[in-house]
Design a protein around this ligand. Structure first.
Ligand code: PEP
Ligand code: MN
Length: 264
């Protein structure tokens, strides 16, 4: 299988603008859950760049549980993301939810995010496999590691070899946190696959208080990077405020994970 260690004993390493993912660097992707406005996005983009982030995340198309919740700004959000890239130089990571949307999102984004709820949307995986953009593939909330790797296989087998796997917490009986971080998945995926593996400590905990410790754990466990939600006014966020770090906390997180990366 194309995703397996047997297929490629060497780690897959590729550049994301100035940083290389899958190699010795810890790649930090940060930004709001949703793009909400120009002012919100620019403030966050500058703050995370100052803190040392390598890429800006932000959803323009949001997979919300409720159809009445904020669904994202759509193409206007993509335009704002492109503007933020112009201003800060940060490459953009943003979600695409449907196969027919891949060409439009790929026009603005540097990395296509496929969300947990779409991990087995095979038509979307196929379309992302035909795109020239790297893909950040999130683990489904009830998907096994084997299923995650087979989902990656759809992208790889359609010709796109630049796939980043993302652990974002799974559903368990535990409800003290939004999801349960499967920290095991990091070394397990690293041993089964040559693809880069990152952790999303925001969705995997659902509470900003736990984001720093779990980010540290992920780096200690061998993750190639982190994707983290940041918002200057979490209480006003249109989605996922409770799990978003204020910029000053993100600065602290970056310092801590860099120290851990140096120590291992
Ligand atoms: C997100 O990154 O905002 C998101 C919706 O993540 P997930 O697909 O992991 O729930
Ligand atoms: Mn979110």
């Amino acid at each position: 299988k194309l995703a397996s260690r047997e297929f490629s004993p060497e780690n897959t390493v590729f550049p994301l603008d100035g940083v290389s993912i899958g190699g010795n660097e810890i790649v930090l992707i940060a930004g709001p859950c949703s793009v909400e406005s120009r002012a919100q996005l620019m403030e966050i983009a500058h703050a995370v760049r100052e803190a040392g982030a390598h890429a800006l995340r932000g959803g323009a198309y949001k997979p919300r549980t409720s159809p009445y919740a904020f669904q994202g700004l759509g193409e206007e959000g993509l335009e704002l993301l492109a503007e933020a890239r112009e201003e800060t130089g940060l490459p953009i990571v943003t979600e695409v939810m449907a196969p027919e949307m891949v060409p439009l999102v790929a026009k603005y984004a540097d990395v296509l995010q496929i969300g947990a709820r779409n991990m087995q949307n095979f038509a979307l995986l196929h379309a992302a496999g035909e795109s020239q953009r790297p893909v950040l593939l999130k683990r489904g909330m009830s998907a096994t590691i084997e299923e995650l790797l087979m989902a990656a296989e759809y992208i790889l087998s359609h010709g796109n070899r630049r796939v980043i796997l993302c652990e974002r917490g799974i559903r368990t009986f535990e409800n003290a946190t939004r999801n349960t971080t499967d920290i095991n998945a990091i070394p397990v995926v690293k041993s089964l696959s040559h693809l880069p593996v990152i952790l999303d400590p925001s969705h995997s905990t659902g509470k900003w208080e736990y984001v720093l410790p779990i980010a540290r754990a992920a780096i200690a466990a061998g993750a190639d990077g982190l994707i983290v939600e940041v918002h200057p006014h979490p209480e006003e966020a249109l989605s996922d405020g409770g799990q978003s770090l204020k910029p000053e906390r993100f600065v602290e997180m970056v310092e801590q994970v860099r120290r851990i990366a140096q120590a291992i």
